[in-house]
Write a protein that binds this ligand. Structure first.
Ligand code: FES
Length: 103
């Protein structure tokens, strides 16, 4: 299926210090705001099953609430285990007050 920019939330819903959980096209996505830039990743941790939106965002790092894996939300890279697989990231753009993702 061809990718398309889709609204995931309003920009005002995304606080700088927390991940915002959305569901788009059947995918669970977490949206983040860091230094006034927006990022989006899968919300489900690739290690087991936990929602990263229940975890802790520090700068551009999200820590999983279940086993403490940490990921760079700008690249999806694993910064600390036990997760071994990178987090899927999505391109994000701001259109007016809408945060849109390419899903
Ligand atoms: S479920 Fe996220 S680190 Fe285990």
């Amino acid at each position: 299926m061809e990718q398309a920019w889709i609204k995931v939330c309003d920009a005002a819903e995304v606080q700088p210090d927390a991940a915002f959980a959305c569901e788009v096209e059947g995918r669970m996505i977490a949206v983040y705001q860091v230094d006034e830039r927006y990022f989006a990743t899968d919300n489900v941790c690739p290690h087991a099953y936990a929602l990263l939106s229940d975890g802790w965002l520090e700068g551009s790092e999200i820590e999983c609430p279940l086993h403490g894996a940490r990921f760079d939300i700008t690249t999806g890279a694993v910064l600390e285990g036990p997760a071994e697989c990178a987090l899927k990231t999505y391109p994000v753009r701001l259109e007016g007050n809408e945060v849109q993702c390419l899903v």
